[in-house]
Design a protein around this ligand. Structure first.
Ligand code: HEM
Length: 473
C-alpha cells in the first residue's frame, strides 16, 4: 500500500514539474513568436544592402531608412544580418542597461591588425580590469600633469610649418594626436623610437582601412608586416621599462596591473602590446578628425572665429602677465571654445555608429533581435534628430548652453565600452585650438565642401590649407 501511495505522490510531483516546464517553454515560444523582426530590407542574397551603404553618403543610407521604417530597422551588410537602432532609448538598451546581452564585434581581419587582446574586443573580467587601468591613466587627475607636454607637442608641430605653405590639416593633426597618444602611454620616449612607431603605425593604419587580402603587394599584407615591426619595437621598450620605478603612465599601469581585490595580475607581453596598439588606434584618427573639423567650422563661421579668438587672447594675456605656460586651469576656462568643440562633436559625429552582436535572442519593444545578429546604435542619427537638436544641420554652439536631453549626445559612446580617452581628447583639442587661433590665420585651399570617409568623416582631402603666423601678416 505504502509503495502505491509513494508512486502516486511521485507521479504527481513529476507531472506538476512537467506542466511547469512545458508552460515555461510555451511562454518562451509564445514571446518569441510574438516578437517579430523589425521592418527593413535585407537586400540581395548575401551582399544585402552593402552596395547601397558604400556607394552613397552613409548619412543618406541611414536617414532614408529611419524615415521609411522608424527607429529600429533591419538590413544586411557585408554578409551579416544587422539591426540598426536610431533612438536614444534603444542605444541605451544595447550599450548600458542590457549591455550583457550584446558583445563587441569586429571583423577578424581588423582584430588581427590591432591585436586580439586589445580591450575593446573583450567583455567580462579581463575587459573590466584593463579598462579600469586605462581609465585611471587617462583620468583628469593624470592628464592635468600632462598639459605642459601636450602644449609642447602642439607648439613643436605648428612651429614646423613654413609660413603660407600648403599643408594637409588632417595629416598634420594625426601627427599631433599620435604624439599625445605616445605621451599618455609611455611618458617620455626617445625620438627615434617614436619615429619608428609612427612610421609603422601609419602603414598599419592604411592597411586597416583597405580590403583585407593577405597577398604580396597589398596594403593589408604591408600592414601585417608593419605590425610585426611594432611588436618588436614595443617588446624592446617593455624589457627596458620592466624594472623601472612605477611611473604615472599607461605602460607602467600595464606592468603593475591589479584586480579589484588589489591582487597582482600578470599580463603577458602580447596582451600589453595589443593594448598599446589598441590605444594608439583609438586615440589618433578620432582626435585628429575632430580638430580638423573645428578648423573647418571656424573658417566657415568668421563671427565664431572672432569670439573664440577673443576668448583665447584673453587667456594668452593672462598667462603672459603671470609669466606661465598654459595650465589645466586655463583650459577649464574656455566656455566659448568648449561649446564649439561640443557642437563639432555633434555635427561631425566622428563615430557615426558602433557594432555589437546579440549573444542571445533579445526582445526590444516587441521586436526580435536574433542571436548572432549585428546590432548598430546610430549615434549620427540621434545627433541629427530635430526632436533633440533643433535645426540639426545648423552649426550652432550656443545650443550647448543648455545640457542635451539624457542619452541624446554620445560622441564618446555610452556604457561599459564608452571612451576612456575623452578627457585627454578634449584637453589636446583645447590646447591646439588655443595656439592656432592666437598665433595663426588660415585659408582653406581647394573645395570648401564635401566629406570623405576614411573611415572617420573628415573634410574633403583632409582640409588642405595654408597657415600664416599672425606676426608675419
Ligand atoms: C575626439 C576623440 C575621440 C572620440 C570621438 C572617441 C570616441 C569613442 C567611442 C564612441 C568609443 C566607444 C566605441 C564603442 O562603444 O564601440 C570609444 C572607445 C574607446 N576610446 Fe575613444 N574617442 C576619442 C579619443 C580617444 C583617445 C584620445 C583615446 C586614448 C588615448 C581613446 C581610447 C578609447 C578606448 C581604449 C576605447 C575602448 C573602450 C572599451 O572598449 O572599454 N579614445 N571612443
Amino acid at each position: 500500500m505504502f509503495v502505491y501511495i509513494l508512486t502516486f505522490l511521485l507521479s504527481l510531483v513529476l507531472y506538476t514539474l512537467y506542466k511547469l516546464i512545458i508552460n515555461d517553454n510555451k511562454n518562451i515560444r509564445k514571446s518569441s513568436r510574438k516578437a517579430i523582426l523589425p521592418p527593413g530590407s535585407m537586400g540581395w542574397p548575401y551582399i544585402g544592402e552593402t552596395i547601397q551603404l558604400y556607394s552613397q553618403d552613409p548619412n543618406f543610407f541611414f536617414s532614408t531608412r529611419q524615415r521609411r521604417y522608424g527607429e529600429i530597422f533591419k538590413t544586411r551588410i557585408l554578409g551579416y544580418p544587422c539591426i540598426m537602432l536610431a533612438s536614444p532609448e534603444a542605444a541605451r538598451f544595447v550599450l548600458v542597461s542590457q549591455a550583457q546581452l550584446f558583445k563587441p564585434t569586429y571583423p577578424k581581419s581588423k582584430e588581427n591588425l590591432i591585436g586580439p587582446s586589445a580591450l575593446f574586443f573583450h567583455q567580462g573580467d579581463y575587459h573590466e580590469n584593463i579598462r579600469k587601468l586605462v581609465k585611471r591613466s587617462l583620468s583628469p587627475d593624470t592628464i592635468r600633469n600632462l598639459v605642459p607636454e601636450i602644449e609642447s607637442s602642439a607648439l613643436s608641430l605648428i612651429n614646423s610649418w613654413s609660413d603660407g605653405a600648403p599643408i594637409n590639416t588632417y595629416q598634420q593633426m594625426k601627427k599631433y594626436s599620435f604624439e599625445v597618444g605616445i605621451l599618455s602611454i609611455f611618458g617620455q620616449l626617445e625620438v627615434h623610437l617614436k619615429e619608428e612607431l609612427y612610421k609603422n603605425y601609419s602603414i598599419l593604419n592604411q592597411g586597416y582601412n583597405s580590403f583585407p587580402t593577405n597577398l604580396p603587394g597589398t596594403s593589408y599584407r604591408s600592414a601585417l608586416k608593419a605590425r610585426k615591426r611594432m611588436v618588436q619595437i614595443l617588446g624592446e621598450i617593455l624589457k627596458e621599462r620592466e624594472n623601472m620605478q612605477i611611473e604615472n603612465n599607461l605602460l607602467s599601469g600595464f606592468l603593475n596591473l591589479k584586480d579589484k581585490d588589489n591582487r597582482s595580475l600578470i599580463l603577458d607581453e602580447e596582451q600589453i602590446i595589443d593594448n598599446i596598439i589598441g590605444v594608439l588606434f583609438a586615440a589618433q584618427d578620432t582626435t585628429a578628425s575632430v580638430i580638423t573639423w573645428i578648423l573647418k567650422y571656424l573658417h566657415d563661421y568668421p563671427k565664431l572665429l572672432e569670439a573664440v579668438m577673443a576668448e583665447q587672447k584673453t587667456i594668452q594675456k593672462s598667462k603672459d602677465k603671470e609669466d606661465c605656460l598654459l595650465t589645466w586651469k586655463h583650459t577649464r576656462n574656455m566656455p566659448i571654445t568648449y561649446k564649439v568643440m561640443l557642437e563639432t562633436l555633434r555635427m561631425a559625429t566622428i563615430i557615426s555608429f558602433t557594432f555589437r552582436e546579440a549573444v542571445t535572442d533579445v526582445e526590444y519593444k516587441g521586436f526580435l533581435i536574433p542571436k548572432g545578429w549585428k546590432v548598430m546604435p546610430l549615434f549620427r542619427n540621434i545627433h541629427h534628430n530635430p526632436e533633440f537638436f533643433t535645426d540639426p544641420q545648423k552649426f550652432d554652439p550656443s545650443r550647448f548652453e543648455v545640457a542635451p536631453k539624457p542619452n541624446t549626445f554620445m560622441p564618446f559612446g555610452s556604457g561599459v565600452h564608452s571612451c576612456p580617452g575623452n578627457a585627454l581628447a578634449k584637453q589636446e583639442i583645447l590646447v591646439m585650438v588655443h595656439h592656432l587661433v592666437t598665433k595663426f590665420r588660415w585659408e582653406v585651399l581647394g573645395s570648401q565642401s564635401g566629406i570623405q570617409y576614411g573611415p572617420f568623416p573628415v573634410p574633403i582631402q583632409g582640409l588642405p590649407a595654408r597657415f600664416w603666423k599672425e606676426s608675419s601678416i
